[in-house]
Design a protein around this ligand. Structure first.
Ligand code: GLN
Ligand code: ZN
Length: 761
């Protein structure tokens, strides 16, 4: 018998209902019972939807008010000291303070660090542990949600983040062996499992995605002991791995004392043989056949062939599932009424993916005829995609094929460029700037919305946008910033905005995916060869420059970020798509230069997240990704200054590739990690100029001038002060003008303090 299950479901709701409820809670407009009520409704709706697809097991505990890693930390009673004495259970206010640096009382805390979940654009909150860390089961959320699901009559499969993955992701201010904490940590896990068993749960899913990473032996060998200790006579454990191959850990993983194993066969189909060689037939094998990371429809015939192959060799129980949690895809394709009629059938969102599982199951158990008409419909769609001319653009392919070797090189080296740029820009030391966006006010959103709905003429829209840009320029002039930006009011999102204007790319109306907390993005869908039919940003940025005598910095999203934050084609290598995007941007960069824009920033916040999970594949990625960036940036004169920006990138380990991008200036996130990031610069002499973010824009707290000064002094110990720029750590779009004005005024003041202390010295 074949069973189907799901590893996790998007939690914010197809219309982002949870996002809006949380934000109302934070503003004090609703109380906790009201928030809990809305959350319960969303959960139940999602459970019904999943059950409606015929799943045998439905995940519980995959829901979250902010992040599942933070939920795990809190459940284990791990709350850093700065958030006050630990209460039992950890309250919602403490939870939000850890997540955002602030709860409803408005008091400021240093939030937990946020970083990317494996190679996704989902951010988790980094657990913080100490050598003497204590653990204690805190809260009943997982048990309550499991009971809630049982009350609806469904079969729950509670989901837990595994102890080794949780611990691996944790950081500590002290250097010690985190594995030493296992003795204290495992009893809490055992207690959780015990309680779930007591609630009549049959299966628990424990996620251990670290098994697809390169792990030191001490870590991989810890798995055996850990799972031996977590065995529980009553409840069965399904160990879930995803995002890649088990590789060297495959035999070990197959032999762990757990009742079932889930493997990702979309990202890592090659591991199947090895797993089958090592897997015992008294266990359950869960095949991740439906892509949980991308929106393409599953080729059901090839999935069926895979299952048939498995059944020949494996006589145990088989389960079918998405490759990973569906957190990374939008909820429902049916909501996309306006999507291109040809491309739409090529796609499947969370809901459609679960239906695919049901079709597969029926075809396997009852024969392909029983799976009609769904099976034929799927075949037709797969064939339509394979044969469609829409995917191809000869001119684009020819241009990529004929790129010269040195297409990615600037005319002169950095030293020459720097001199020419100084002559042109005449900037003071510690130049101040921002990362690009300014507050996206309700007014701005309204203008964009009305224009999209056809309620505003193009002329009125342009005029209103120009007013916004002008306002933003005036504000920056008043604040005394040195390099201005236009503020990005016309952009709903830094990736989607370009997706809307490029050929070969589609954007959706409801295709929301959680990025962090309540922040969602709608990743564009790249379905064909990419090209730029017309300039995308020049009109706005040129207008902004016309409003000021100060240098204007043009803003673009880089090719690697456009690639990594889109749903990309799976019918050609990622590098091929990256080069196409790079050429489109290269043309845009040159158009901006021709329009008199002296500085152009090409944002690459997702550069690092595209790194393969295994280090052995890094060099290849960095090679083509770096080249793609440089292709977009290198078509300009020496006197045109290229900036890039990266956020939440721990790039100590790829610092030479970052330097290899040869951007004249890089601005980076550092403030949440207290400039730890800059440690990379102690050993590595970064050649170009750099702006370490001096305050955390993700928190509503206002940075103090003294704090900024001391951060910059700290930076000045690692990087020579002439190279330093002064800027926030990311764009300001999510903030309010009141906060932004105060924060930037303090930042400009800090630059002045440093300039005068430099002349005194
Ligand atoms: N220019 C973008 C902005 O300011 C950069 C955002 C980002 O790095 N995520 O919003
Ligand atoms: Zn950023």
């Amino acid at each position: 018998m074949i069973k189907t299950h799901n590893l996790g479901f998007p939690r914010l709701g197809e219309n982002r209902e949870l996002k809006f409820a949380l934000e109302r809670y934070w503003r004090g407009e609703i109380d906790q019972p009201a928030l809990d009520g809305i959350a319960a409704e969303i959960r139940q709706r999602h459970w019904r939807l999943q059950a409606g697809s015929g799943l045998d097991f439905i995940p519980a505990g995959d829901f979250s008010y902010y992040d599942q890693v933070l939920d795990t930390s809190v459940m284990l009673g791990v709350v850093p000291e700065r958030f006050g004495p630990a209460t039992q259970p950890v309250g919602l206010d403490t939870y939000f303070r850890m997540a955002r640096g602030r709860a409803t009382d408005g008091q400021a805390y240093r939030a937990c660090e946020m970083t990317k979940w494996f190679d996704t654009n989902y951010h988790y909150l980094v657990p913080e542990v100490e050598p003497n860390q204590e653990f204690a089961l805190s809260g009943t959320r997982l048990f309550d949600e499991t009971r809630e699901l049982q009350a609806l009559g469904y079969n729950p499969k509670p989901v837990l983040l595994g102890p080794l993955t949780w611990l691996w992701l944790a950081k500590s201010a002290t250097d010690f062996n985190k594995l030493d904490l296992l003795d204290r940590l495992l009893p809490v896990y055992a207690e959780i499992i015990q309680r779930l068993a007591g609630q009549g749960v049959e299966w628990i899913q424990i996620d251990e995605p670290v098994l697809v990473l390169d792990l030191p032996v001490t870590w991989s060998s810890a798995f055996e002991t850990v799972y031996h200790r977590l065995q529980n006579g009553t409840v069965k454990i399904l160990l879930a791995t995803y995002f890649g191959e088990l590789n060297a850990h495959a035999s070990l993983t197959c032999k762990l004392p757990v009742a079932g194993l889930h493997i990702d066969l979309v990202r890592a189909s090659g591991q199947l043989t090895h797993v089958l060689d090592n897997f015992a037939s008294h266990k359950v094998l869960s095949l991740g056949l439906v892509d949980g990371r991308n929106v393409w429809r599953t080729d059901l015939d090839s999935a069926l062939a895979t299952v048939a192959g498995v059944q020949e060799r494996f006589k145990g129980e088989l389960w079918l599932a998405p490759s990973c949690s569906l957190l990374h895809v939008p909820v429902d394709l049916e909501l996309e009424a306006a999507l291109d009629k040809t491309v739409k059938p090529w796609l499947a969102f969370a809901r459609q993916k679960l239906t695919e599982l049901e079709v597969l199951r029926r075809a396997i158990e009852e024969g392909t005829a029983a799976a009609e008409p769904a099976l034929s419909e799927s075949r037709t769609a797969i064939r339509s995609r394979r044969e469609s001319g829409l995917r191809h653009n000869q001119a684009v392919q020819a241009r990529v094929a004929s790129l010269s070797e040195d297409i990615d090189r600037r005319q002169s080296g950095f030293a020459v460029r720097r001199q020419q740029q100084q002559i042109r820009l005449k900037l003071p030391s510690y130049p101040t700037t921002t990362i690009g966006s300014f507050p996206q006010t309700p007014e701005i959103r309204k203008v964009r919305h009305e224009f999209k709905q056809g309620l505003l003429s193009e002329q009125d829209y342009n005029q209103l946008m120009e007013q916004q840009i002008e306002h933003c320029v005036r504000e920056q002039e008043e604040l005394g910033l040195d390099v201005l930006v236009h503020g990005e009011p016309e952009r709903n999102d830094m990736v989607e905005y370009f997706g809307e204007q490029l050929d070969g790319v589609l954007t959706t109306a409801h295709g929301w995916v959680q990025s962090y907390g309540t922040r969602c993005v709608k990743p564009p869908i790249i379905y064909g060869d990419v090209s730029r039919p017309a300039p995308m940003t020049v009109r706005w940025i040129a207008y902004a420059q016309s409003q000021t005598g100060k240098p204007m910095k043009g803003m673009l999203t880089g090719p690697v970020t456009l690639l990594n934050w889109s749903f990309v084609r799976d019918d050609q290598p990622r590098s091929a798509t990256a080069y196409q995007l790079a050429l489109a941007l290269r043309d845009e960069v040159r158009d901006l230069e021709a329009a008199g824009i002296p500085i152009i920033q090409i944002d690459e916040p997702a550069f690092r997240e595209g790194l393969p999970l295994r280090q052995a594949q890094w060099a290849e990625y960095l090679d083509w990704a770096g080249r793609a960036f440089r292709i977009s940036a290198s078509g300009v004169q020496d006197a045109t200054q290229i900036h890039t920006h990266m956020c939440y990138a721990e790039f100590n380990d790829i610092i030479d590739a970052i330097a290899g991008l040869d951007a004249d200036v890089i601005t980076i996130e550092t403030s949440r990690s207290n400039m730890e990031l800059l440690d990379a610069f102690i050993d590595f002499d970064y050649p170009n100029d750099i702006g370490p973010g001096v305050y955390d824009i993700h928190s509503p707290n206002i940075p103090m001038t003294e704090d900024i000064v001391s951060l910059l002094k700290l930076a000045g110990e690692r990087i020579s002060p002439e190279k330093l720029w002064v800027n926030p750590d990311c764009g300001l779009k999510t903030r309010q003008w009141g906060e932004v004005r105060k924060a930037l005024a303090n930042m400009v003041e800090a630059a002045k303090v440093l300039r005068s202390s430099a002349t005194e010295a």
